[in-house]
Design a protein around this ligand. Structure first.
Ligand code: G
Ligand code: G
Ligand code: MN
Ligand code: NA
Length: 254
């Protein structure tokens, strides 16, 4: 969708919905958290996937407003589930590099947490690797400021951006989400496994939990278990699902 006006209007009337993709303990399969993924519920076109509008939102700066909607909706959903008495798990939200650079994320998150009375431990912020690596001093301050709220921070799509290992080391990050390219490479023999194992070791040295993204087969999950990977996410476990189905996943857990 290449129409700024349509996107602006959709933000004003909030045509966006969140779907949720589970993250589980790689060994026990226990549900640990869920990732909120935005969809545009377009009046004519139905559910539009994020790849078709996030780029436009970033180019036009509308991602700042859209990002606020997503964060607020995630907190609102948590509050709704809690009001229903469900045993909620933490939600993670994706933050675009443009949003990270341009808006006071700490204030936005603090406001939504307060408005919906959500424990900060129930929110995780996913920032991409490339987003962390620009202007290291400013990023370090921003991360520290977010952490002071009590939310968790994860590095999304790890391995696809350019990393500075020294920057990774100096930031107080909780979770490393390994890009699905590395999970797919597990099928291709020893090098893929050794490579993934090295990422797991590095993350553990940095006191980070490791999540394998894009787990699509039982075989991949078995290898990940043998490598000491902490958590798994992907179609083999579940594709992203609407809130109603996410609620049944949480119920099954208790
Ligand atoms: O849900 P799906 O796999 O189609 O998402 C495609 C891409 O869109 C992923 O890279 C995902 O991180 C991104 N994405 C999904 N929801 C959001 C969101 O709320 N904000 C941002 N910035 N990106 C999102
Ligand atoms: O960039 P990010 O990691 O936030 O992207 C999340 C997107 O990845 C989701 O929109 C989801 O549709 C997609 N995804 C999740 N699990 C899998 C998987 O097992 N295989 C593939 N190909 N895509 C996945
Ligand atoms: Mn993500
Ligand atoms: Na990712």
């Amino acid at each position: 969708i290449r129409n700024e006006y349509a996107l602006r209007r959709a933000i004003e009337v909030n045509e966006f919905v969140l779907h949720f993709q589970p993250r589980v303990n790689a060994v026990s399969g226990e549900l640990l958290s869920m990732e909120a993924l935005v969809r545009w519920n377009h009046p004519e076109r139905g559910m539009v996937p994020p790849l078709e509008f996030i780029g436009l939102a970033e180019d036009t700066g509308l991602i700042v407003e859209l990002g606020k909607l997503v964060i607020d909706q995630a907190c609102m959903q948590l509050a709704a589930w809690q009001a229903q008495g469900l045993p909620v798990v933490p939600l993670s939200v994706n933050v675009s590099p443009v949003q990270f650079a341009r808006c006071d994320l700490k204030a936005v998150i603090a406001e939504s947490l307060a408005r919906h009375r959500i424990d900060p431990l129930l929110l995780e912020v996913e920032v991409t690797e490339s987003c962390m690596m620009q202007d290291s001093e400013k990023v370090a301050q921003e991360i520290a400021s977010l952490k002071s709220l009590g939310v968790r921070i994860s590095v999304d799509d790890f391995g696809t951006g350019y990393s500075s290992l020294s920057q990774l080391q100096r930031l107080d990050l909780d979770v490393l989400k390994v890009d699905r390219a590395f999970t797919q490479a597990l099928n291709t023999g020893r090098q893929g496994e050794a490579f993934f194992m090295t990422i797991v070791s590095m993350a553990h040295i940095l006191d980070m939990q490791v999540v394998a993204e894009g787990v699509e087969t039982r075989e991949q999950l078995a290898i990940l278990q043998s490598l000491g990977c902490n958590e798994a996410q992907g179609y083999y476990i579940s594709k992203p699902v609407p809130a109603s189905l996410a609620a049944t996943f949480m119920l099954k857990r208790s």
